[in-house]
Design a protein around this ligand. Structure first.
Ligand SMILES: [Zn+2]
Length: 273
């Protein structure tokens, strides 16, 4: 699933191509049964068409296109969604679920093998993202805020990091990476971390997100940027999907366990409870 660095890379790629453009046609294909959340597919097509995109923003894993009628078109790629900017003349491939054509001859194609992607069209973007806290790259997501949020949670720190109310934008890859950087066992109850360790975790999360952004995201599976290319941060990860390989700090084989139902990778020696 695309996480914060992947969605931000897509946003940065697409913003200069889409902002200022007017939508001249919208087509949600019959195979995209669950894409339109707030409207029927036909009503969403009608409502989007004719609108101009004024800004392309991001909150957590959501992309938010601000429209000239004051509404927000909120896109979430979920498991396998990708957005690719292509000429209108380019043929659809078999996983294309929707397309939006613009007044300059270009189009935006949603590809989504698993079909979990969602589009909302709302007055207030926050309506489309319930239970979502501050974005993990925003100023509001401070170390003090994270300390307060973790102090209230008795779940494993890994589960707390995956909670979008705690760290909007963080998913499995960057939660594991941040715990390794901060030398914290991901199974530790969140409320048991002292203030110094939470501050270290906060810095580690910012560090791993920034490093991935630099590498245009991680392409472990389907992720593609806004131009259709893979990111390359997956070759720079320290623990994620490196189970059995030596820890870069101490040489101990990286272990894999399940935490909060998700495969979790960590060093059993230098990550402490
Ligand atoms: Zn180690």
């Amino acid at each position: 699933m695309p996480e914060l660095p992947e969605v931000e890379t897509i946003r940065r790629d697409l913003a200069p191509l889409l902002v200022g453009r007017t939508i001249v046609a919208t087509r949600i294909h019959a195979s995209a049964e669950r894409l339109a959340v707030t409207h029927t597919p036909r009503a969403l097509e009608r409502t989007l068409t004719g609108r101009r995109i004024e800004a392309l923003e991001r909150h957590g894993k959501y992309l938010v296109a601000r429209l000239d009628d004051g509404r927000s078109w909120v896109l979430h790629l979920r498991m396998t969604g990708s957005l690719v900017h292509a000429p209108q003349s380019e043929a659809a491939d078999r996983f294309e679920r929707a397309r939006v054509d613009f007044d300059d001859g270009s189009s935006l194609r949603l590809r989504d093998m698993r079909k979990f992607a969602t589009w909302h069209l709302v007055r207030d973007a926050r309506e489309a993202m319930p239970h979502t806290g501050p974005d993990a790259l925003s100023g509001a997501w401070s170390a003090a805020w994270l300390r307060a949020a973790l102090a209230r949670r008795s779940v494993a720190v890994k589960a707390a990091l995956l909670d979008q109310a705690v760290c909007a934008g963080v998913g499995n890859i960057y939660a594991d990476e941040a715990c390794w950087l901060a030398r914290i066992d991901p199974r530790t109850p969140a409320c048991e971390l002292g203030p110094r360790r939470v501050t270290r975790l906060h810095a580690a999360l910012r560090e791993t997100l920034a490093a991935s952004l630099e590498h245009r995201g991680s392409s472990f599976s389907d992720y593609r940027d806004g131009l259709g290319a893979a990111g390359w941060h997956h070759v720079h990860v320290h623990v994620f999907r490196r189970d059995g390989a030596p820890c870069e700090r101490c040489g101990t084989p990286i272990a894999k366990v399940r935490v909060a139902g998700r495969g979790t990778h960590f060093c059993p020696r230098c990550q402490r409870r």
